[in-house]
Each structure stands twice: as structure tokens, then as C-alpha cells.
Design a binder for this molecule. Structure first.
Ligand code: SF4
Length: 497
């Protein structure tokens, strides 16, 4: 029983069967019943007396910062809160990734199908849990999706006392301190950027063995979260210590997390091959399984030899040819929009070179058996139908490469001077063509990805890999045909004609 309890909604408290990218399923509209969703895709993480054995990395970082200050703290499983929260609990911290389903993936999928996402459903369910406030504890929310909650009306409705937007290890800890002292909390507060030396090391294991190797990005895309401007990479020793914490708790490997793992330790935009390989070499001494969360196509092409070296290292350690997956951002195929919003993302290349960089990076990655999972943004400010067609052409050029491409609606979270979310109603015929091209591409390659993910889960492999995907392919065929002609298959009319 603790004075501070941390938790997160049920969609964050799962390892998705070991495939953390399957976690994207949480951003999908709630189409299948909860019990089937949990069974098939989102099994619960283990708990003991309500204490979660694994937790999201962000929750573990706040836990570590609080422990370093000497607080008495527990991390609770959201479905067993009543076992952990009691009259001693003065504050409950909630990690929020996508609490209202407004993030790019959720707003796209739920916008198209017009149904609530699992992320929003589970967050609502968590905040409605009577154990949270039974004893008058203060509810403090933070995390990457905290911006969605920073609204007086929403906070009142959900019963949240304070929202910390941005990094939490300094500011959120101050809020917990104040709550414990019975002081008044600000309703919304900006989280101070945490200097490298004050980023704490996790004390307890994270889900999927995720370890933060660097924080921030520095490429400065205008549509991205501004706090990512400040790039910091963590010393190898700290990273290895965190990997050990996870392995000792039974993790199957280390998922290295950064906005661009290939740029670990780099001083600018060109990857530092020696630093990255040194990190991987050290991590591979601890475990055969080292995975990468995100990479950047510009980094792939700025140092092609790095991909070859990493592939060799990862393969030789596990003694087989691995399929290596990672999340990447294409965002647009239009050099004009690249120049307008994301020239830093393509550096050291020029905006005009971007489509070629993306194609060549796919070629190199696929030659090395990597499978990038890319995002695109539909509805970037000032986007014209010509820009969208350039992205369609780029997607078509990627047809032969084993990869996934996920088009997402623009969400105004960055430095751009707009508050307008892109919606289905804003879609031009060219956007439907783009959506059709992406769905066609993904249906061609998604089976391979599912095979890899469900390798150790034969029932799911047959159920998802064969039955569900085949059904989806069949059902989607007529929709893809219409979309390719610029038709909204949901209304069966040309949008905006
Ligand atoms: S490269 Fe990615 S993480 Fe970096 S600023 Fe651009 S969108 Fe954000």
C-alpha cells in the first residue's frame, strides 16, 4: 500500500503478444468485442496483488524519479486498482498515450469508421474506476497524449486534478510532492525539459523490454511535438543497466527506443557508425534479441554501411537471417511540402531528393531483410491535390518492397499555426486514391509481418495470419477499387464533387 500509485489504461498494459507494433491495434475503432480483442491481440501483463510486473517505459521513468526522491510508490495494474489504492494513497498518476483517441492513428481510423478507439475506451474506463478517488486521492495525468486532456471541461468530466504536458521527471514529481503536502495543484502545467543527467534509470521492468536510448530528435519538423527539439542520448552504461533490469525480470530481449535509433550518439544528422555499433555490440552481449523502435530514411541513406553492419551483427548473434522491423516516417512524397514543413527530416539530403531517398532506402532495407513500417500524413497545411498525387506516385514506386505504409490524418500538435484537425470530410478524391494505394500495398505485405509476429503463437498465427487477413483482403478488394478511382467507398459518392 503506497502514498503514490501509478497506472495506465489497459491498452497500454499489454505486450501485445511480444509484438509491440501490434499495439497499433489499440488505435483501431472498437469493432470486435472486448473479450476477443483482449484474447487475440491485447493480453494483460502479469500482476501480483494488483502490482503490475511490467509497465510502460514512461510510467517506469516517473516511478524511478519518485523512488530516487524517496517516495513510497506502487505501479498498479488498471484492472486491479482496488487491491493497491487505499486510505494511505494521496495521489494517483495516470500515463496517457492517446486518452481521447485524438492521436494521428486513432483520429484516422476512428474518423473513417466513426467509432471510438480502444485507446479512448480503455482510458474512459480507467478514469471511471471508483477506486481512483474513493479516498480523496489527487489524480495527476501525464504522458505523450497529455495534450488531449489539457482542457478544463475534459478534466472536470474525467475527474483529473492536474495535467502535466511534456516531460515529467521534474515537473510531475513536483506535482506529486505538492499533492502529498496537501497543496493546491495547477490545473495544467508544462513539463520542464529534463537535462540528460537528471533522466533517471528504470528500477523495474518495462513492457517488451523497451529501453530509452535517446530522447528528443532535433530535426525540427513543424508538425511534430516541439519538446522533441532537444536531443539527448544516454550513456551506454545506463542503457545496459536498464536492459539488465528487463532481462532479469524475464524479458526476451531489448527494444531500443529513440526517435531514430540510427542517430544514437550522433552530433548532427549523419549517423555515427562507431557509436551505434558499439551500443549494439554491448547490448548483444546481454541478449540475442535486440530490436529497434524507430529509424529515419535519411539516416539509412546517409550511412548505408550502418544498415549492413547492424544486419550482420544481429543475424550472426541469432544464427539466422532475421526479419528486422522498425517504424519510419515518409510523411509526404511532395518535395514542395517537404520544403514547407520538414526540411530537417530529410537532411543531409535536399527536399527535391526526398522521393528518391525513400525509394533507395526501401531497396537497401529490403535487400537486408528489414521491413519498415512507415507513416504518411494526409492534410498537411497548404497541401494541394498535386502534392497528394506525388505521394500516391511514391507509394506506387514502393510496391515491390516488403513494407507497411500507414496514412494518417494531420493532427495539429506541432508549431504550425493551426488548430484544425484533418477529417474525412476534408478528403479530396486524391486522398482516397492515396488511401487505396496504401491499403493495396499493405494487403500485399501484411501477411509476412503477421507471420513474423505470431511465430511463437501458432493459434494466433492461423487465426490472424490466415483467417482474418484473408477475410480482410476479400472484403477490402471492392473498396480498394473505388478508392483508386478517387471515390469515397463509404458514401459511394465522389467527395467534394
Ligand atoms: S524527424 Fe520525426 S521525431 Fe523528428 S521532428 Fe520530424 S517528425 Fe518529429
Amino acid at each position: 500500500m503506497s502514498e503514490i500509485v501509478l497506472t495506465a489504461d489497459r491498452s497500454l498494459m499489454s505486450d501485445y503478444g511480444g509484438g509491440i507494433f501490434v499495439g497499433f491495434a489499440a488505435c483501431a475503432p472498437k469493432l470486435i468485442p472486448e473479450w476477443l480483442y483482449k484474447r487475440l491481440l491485447c493480453p494483460p501483463i502479469p500482476e501480483h496483488d494488483g502490482i503490475a510486473k511490467f509497465a510502460p517505459c514512461g510510467t517506469r521513468k516517473i516511478e524511478a524519479a519518485l523512488l530516487e526522491k524517496g517516495f513510497d510508490i506502487s505501479v498498479a495494474h488498471p484492472e486491479h486498482l482496488h487491491k493497491v489504492i487505499n486510505e494511505e494513497t494521496k495521489a494517483v498518476g495516470i500515463t496517457a498515450n492517446d486518452p481521447l483517441g485524438l492521436g494521428p492513428a486513432s483520429s484516422t481510423f476512428s474518423g473513417l469508421i466513426r467509432k471510438e478507439t480502444y485507446t479512448a475506451f480503455y482510458h474512459r474506463k480507467l478514469l471511471a474506476n471508483s477506486s481512483l478517488r474513493e479516498n480523496g486521492a489527487k489524480v495527476i495525468a501525464g504522458g505523450p497524449g497529455a495534450w488531449q486532456l489539457a482542457d478544463e471541461r475534459i478534466m472536470t468530466k474525467l475527474g483529473i486534478d492536474c495535467v502535466v504536458v511534456g516531460e515529467g521527471e521534474i515537473t510531475a514529481v513536483e506535482m506529486f510532492e505538492r499533492a502529498l503536502n496537501g497543496e493546491k495543484l495547477p490545473r495544467v502545467v508544462d513539463g520542464e525539459v529534463v537535462p540528460l543527467k537528471r533522466i533517471p534509470s528504470i528500477k523495474n521492468p518495462t513492457i517488451c523490454g523497451l529501453v530509452e536510448i535517446a530522447r528528443g530528435c532535433g530535426r525540427g519538423c513543424k508538425f511534430c511535438i516541439p519538446t522533441l527539439l532537444n536531443y539527448r542520448y544516454r550513456p551506454i552504461k545506463q542503457i545496459l543497466d536498464e536492459i539488465k533490469v528487463n532481462l532479469n525480470a524475464g524479458a526476451e530481449g531489448a527494444l531500443l527506443h529513440a526517435e531514430d535509433v540510427l542517430r544514437y550518439g550522433a552530433k548532427g544528422v549523419i549517423p555515427d557508425e562507431e557509436k551505434v555499433t558499439k551500443l549494439f555490440r554491448a547490448a548483444l552481449k546481454l541478449t540475442n534479441n535486440v530490436w529497434l523502435s524507430h529509424i529515419a530514411f535519411a539516416s539509412v541513406m546517409a550511412k548505408p554501411s550502418l544498415i549492413e553492419r547492424l544486419t550482420e551483427m544481429l543475424n550472426s548473434k541469432s544464427n539466422k537471417e532475421l526479419r528486422i522491423s522498425s517504424q519510419v516516417g515518409i510523411e509526404t512524397g511532395s518535395p514542395r511540402l517537404v520544403r514547407e514543413h520538414m526540411s530537417g527530416k530529410v537532411a543531409p539530403f535536399k527536399p527535391d531528393e526526398w522521393p528518391e531517398v525513400v525509394v533507395e532506402a526501401h531497396k537497401l532495407l529490403c535487400d537486408n531483410n528489414w521491413q519498415p513500417c512507415s507513416t504518411l500524413i494526409m492534410g498537411l497545411p497548404k497541401e494541394t491535390s498535386e502534392d497528394v498525387m506525388k505521394t500516391v506516385e511514391l507509394v506506387e514506386r514502393l510496391d515491390e518492397y516488403n513494407s507497411l505504409i500507414v496514412p494518417l490524418f494531420f493532427v495539429p500538435i506541432g508549431a504550425l499555426d493551426t488548430k484544425k484537425f484533418f477529417t474525412v470530410e476534408d478528403m479530396l478524391p486524391e486522398h482516397w486514391m492515396l488511401l487505396g494505394a496504401c491499403v493495396k500495398h499493405d494487403m500485399k505485405w501484411v501477411g509476412e509481418m503477421a507471420d513474423g509476429y505470431f511465430q511463437s503463437r501458432p493459434i494466433q498465427k492461423i487465426l490472424v495470419g490466415k483467417f482474418i487477413l484473408n477475410l480482410m483482403k476479400k472484403k477490402l478488394k471492392p473498396y480498394i477499387k473505388q478508392m483508386e478511382q478517387g471515390i469515397n467507398p463509404l458514401s459511394k459518392q465522389h467527395p467534394k464533387d
